[in-house]
Design a protein around this ligand. Structure first.
Ligand SMILES: *Cc1c(COP(=O)(O)O)cnc(C)c1O
Length: 338
């Protein structure tokens, strides 16, 4: 595997730190929990999309695009990071938001990532009802822009296609290098999974190096079967893009959907507990939609004895703290942990 064959820009701060979480590990009575700080990728409050955008926007520039189109839920971190990256590159950004989470507060509709989308100079071309055909709406928008003489480049939701997933192949390489440097044997990798690119890239990257490190994706939306199917398909396409031989084993893709709660973006008690514990034991901010539910899954699985007390478990912090401000009402009463 030779990632440098693919065009790539430098948009973030890499490598991100790989740090121990001693207080949380002690509080839970083991295993040894580590955190890969992909919330610190540096681009306008950071997050996992920055890694994908290094490859996606390199492709956009090769195609001489002058405007980037993408989409996401109202409080999308992907949309915010795409707008920020476009700003840095001098590209226009036009985005479609989906009201995927209904009946939410003024804070949800206007603060957090939405506030930053505007500050970063993105144009919210439409805020569509839940369940709209957003890929088609992006095609329409691209047509309109082409008719105006512009050169649009469409990035799918979450930046999750094989080119974007290369960002997490790069993360897998980075993690393995750090584990050697720090003499840290990694027994498990756990993270929140949504549009699938993060897990697909990690599974392909860790698989290509024969690391034997299992990856567990905690789903924030889809049921287990569907999520695993989505991740596996994308991981296979990424594998092919990388020119790797053989097949990625289906068993390499494992998702758990027990921590979604009532639906995407809807708060759960275990998410609130995870936010509280990481903030108050480690001074680390998680987010309500992704990393909070991912960490809630890790905490619950630890309590259920899924890991041995001597395992080293790496949680990939995929970012999202800007979204906290959209959830003011839920978070105001979060209280002190006990
Ligand atoms: C997008 C996102 C995820 C999920 O990553 P996918 O590649 O879409 O599966 C996790 N955490 C945060 C904070 C995100 O913004």
């Amino acid at each position: 595997m030779h990632l440098a064959r693919f065009p790539r820009l430098s948009l973030g701060h890499f490598p991100t730190p790989l740090e121990a979480l001693p207080n949380l590990s002690r509080y839970l009575g083991g295993p040894n929990i580590y955190i890969k700080r992909d919330d610190c990728t540096g681009l306008a409050t950071g997050g996992n999309k920055t890694r994908k955008l290094e490859f996606l926007l390199a492709d956009a520039l090769q195609q001489q695009a002058d405007v980037v189109i993408t989409q996401g839920a109202t409080q999308s971190n992907h949309v915010r990071q795409t707008i920020a990256a476009a700003a840095k590159l001098g590209l226009e950004a036009q985005v479609l938001l989906e009201k995927r989470v209904s009946d939410f507060s003024d804070d949800y509709q206007r603060s957090g990532n939405v506030l930053l989308d505007n500050l970063l100079g993105g144009r919210i071309a439409a805020h569509l009802p839940a369940g709209s055909d957003i890929p088609q709406a992006m095609e329409h928008l691209a047509e309109t822009l082409r008719a105006q003489g512009k050169r649009p480049y469409i990035i799918p939701g979450g930046g999750s296609n094989p080119t974007g997933a290369l960002g997490y192949v790069a993360c897998a390489e980075e993690l393995l290098y750090q584990s050697s440097q720090q003499r840290l044997r990694i027994d498990h990798v756990v993270h929140a999974t949504g549009s699938s690119g993060t897990q697909a890239g990690l599974v392909a990257g860790l698989g290509a190096s024969n690391s034997g490190i299992p990856v567990l994706g905690i789903s924030v939306r889809a049921a287990k079967d569907k999520q695993e199917q989505n991740v596996y398909q994308l991981a296979q396409r990424t594998w092919e893009l990388l020119g790797l031989k053989g097949e990625l084993p289906r068993e390499a893709v494992v998702a758990n959907s027990d921590y979604v709660g009532a639906g995407y973006g809807l708060p759960t008690n275990s998410m609130l507990e995870a936010l509280r514990l990481l903030a108050q034991l480690e001074g680390i901010l998680l987010d309500p939609v992704y990393s909070g539910k991912g960490m809630a899954g890790l905490i619950d699985l630890i309590r259920r004895g899924r890991f041995s007390p001597h395992d080293n478990v790496v949680f990939i912090h995929t970012g999202g703290s800007a979204g906290l401000f959209g959830y003011r009402q839920v978070l105001e009463s979060v209280g002190k942990y006990d």
